[in-house]
Design a binder for this molecule. Structure first.
Ligand code: HEM
Length: 402
């Protein structure tokens, strides 16, 4: 079994065999402490994670949601509403929810389709290309800009900062690799990252009115409802959460279309565009886990989780649990119902951006299905060195057009 605390265990992709073994033999698994961090429990079965999600008063988000141990001071400096529990969480969630609701996002559909058409057409001008760079990256970036209401010319910069936050364990994305260099001076910043400082400055400029944002964007809508540090952390959350996850889901879809026999033809039947996005996102499960902290002693699988212990909910493992999904490692585009947990379903923090992510993926899939005859891998994908995010860094691919 690979050590889940070690980011290097993920450099060749998610260690799905380890998760399968844990689901079978060690459904409540303890990883001992390591340099700079306390040990943690792992939950890997769908049913157990769902049960934990339902009781946030027992498995709390209010002491941090990543493996890292934070002092109370650090937690207070960096927290967003994602790091709070009901009823406190519910107040902010209600305030921001309308901006992400399905009907609001559906209004973006014509724009998303237009952008997807343009991006896929440009990407396919080359016979062989890196599908992350040429296709998967651009649509989430442009849509993040529209949702936030920031100018297009800032997007490249914002996205590289977001990548540095999410990829803070991989030298591909940052010089300040969290487990390799001393990040003490950034401990009060999002993801202990210098990119957090730069994003705070940008958010400050928005708050002061020095950076103009569009009236109908989220930043303008929540300005006034969320203030000061809370606004800055909310901004960082959106830059981090709203971009890479969708990019990696699109990349995983393209990877599977290039490698799973007959999948592109199945997609081209045109009957599964409603269900296919969820199936690809289930298999991508880009946010591998989120952490909770036990608020009381709890018995599970013959062991005791003590109050104060960290408990990781491995959504990536739940998404491939054979007790919840038939043929769990294969993409079945017509899968319905598909109650996967890649969006953290079952708990109060279920992803706010899921309608947007699904719409973007669907638009890309439709363009690929229309234009491409076959997709082939040119080289294996490269993966982010991270036990938090399943990131496809590069995906060299060859496309034969219709
Ligand atoms: C395929 C793409 C995406 C995946 C797989 C994903 C995954 C997740 C997961 C697992 C959670 C739950 C976290 C927890 O339990 O603590 C979450 C929450 C969240 N996501 Fe996403 N996400 C995606 C796209 C997006 C997008 C596009 C946005 C915004 C534009 C977004 C914004 C958020 C926010 C704000 C939360 C916090 C909600 C809360 O705490 O109430 N996500 N996401």
């Amino acid at each position: 079994m690979k050590n889940l605390a070690d980011h290097d265990s993920f450099v060749d992709g998610v260690p799905h065999d380890t998760f399968a073994q844990m689901r079978k033999d060690a459904p409540l698994h303890w990883t001992p402490g390591f340099v700079g961090a306390k040990g943690f429990w792992s939950l890997t079965r769908y049913a157990d994670i769902m049960a934990a999600q339902r009781v946030p008063e027992v498995f709390s988000s209010a002491q941090g949601i990543r493996i890292e141990d934070q002092s109370h001071e650090e937690y207070m400096a960096r927290r967003t509403f994602q790091e709070t529990d009901p009823p406190e969480h519910t107040i902010t969630r209600r305030a921001v929810n309308p901006a992400f609701a399905k009907p609001v996002v559906t209004k973006f559909e014509p724009l998303i389709r237009e952008l997807a058409r343009d991006i896929v057409a440009k990407g396919l001008q080359e016979h062989e290309f890196d599908a992350v760079d040429k296709i998967a990256k651009t649509l989430p970036m442009l849509m993040l800009g529209r949702i936030l209401g920031v100018p297009d010319e800032d997007l490249d910069w914002l996205v590289t900062r977001g990548d540095a936050l999410i990829g803070n364990t991989d030298p591909y994305f940052t010089d300040t690799v969290i487990d390799k260099v001393d990040t003490e001076s950034y401990r009060m910043m999002p993801f202990r990252s210098p990119a957090g400082v730069q994003l705070y400055d940008y958010a400050d400029a928005v708050l002061r009115g020095d950076k103009k944002v569009s009236e109908d964007g989220i930043l303008n809508r929540v300005r006034g409802q969320i203030e000061g540090l809370d606004f800055k952390n909310f901004f960082c959350l959106l830059v981090a959460a709203g971009n890479d996850t969708t990019r990696y889901s699109i990349a995983m879809a393209l990877h599977l279309l290039a490698t799973q026999d007959g999948l592109l033809q199945e997609l081209q039947k045109g009957t599964d565009f409603e269900t296919a996005p969820d199936e690809f996102i289930r298999l991508a499960a880009p946010t591998l886990h989120f952490r909770r902290t036990a608020t009381q002693d709890t018995e599970m699988h013959g062991q005791t989780i003590r109050a104060g212990d960290k408990v990781l909910l491995w959504f990536v493992s739940a998404c491939r649990d054979g007790d919840a999904f038939a043929d769990p490692n294969r993409a079945v585009l017509s899968r319905a119902p598909n109650r996967h947990m890649a969006f953290g379903q079952g708990g109060p923090h279920v992803c706010l951006g899921m309608w947007l992510a699904k719409l973007e993926l669907r638009a890309v899939l439709q363009e690929i299905a229309t234009r491409v005859k076959t997709l082939e891998p040119v080289a294996p994908p490269t993966w982010t060195r991270s036990n938090f995010i399943c990131g496809v860094k590069t995906l060299p691919i060859r496309a034969h057009l219709k």
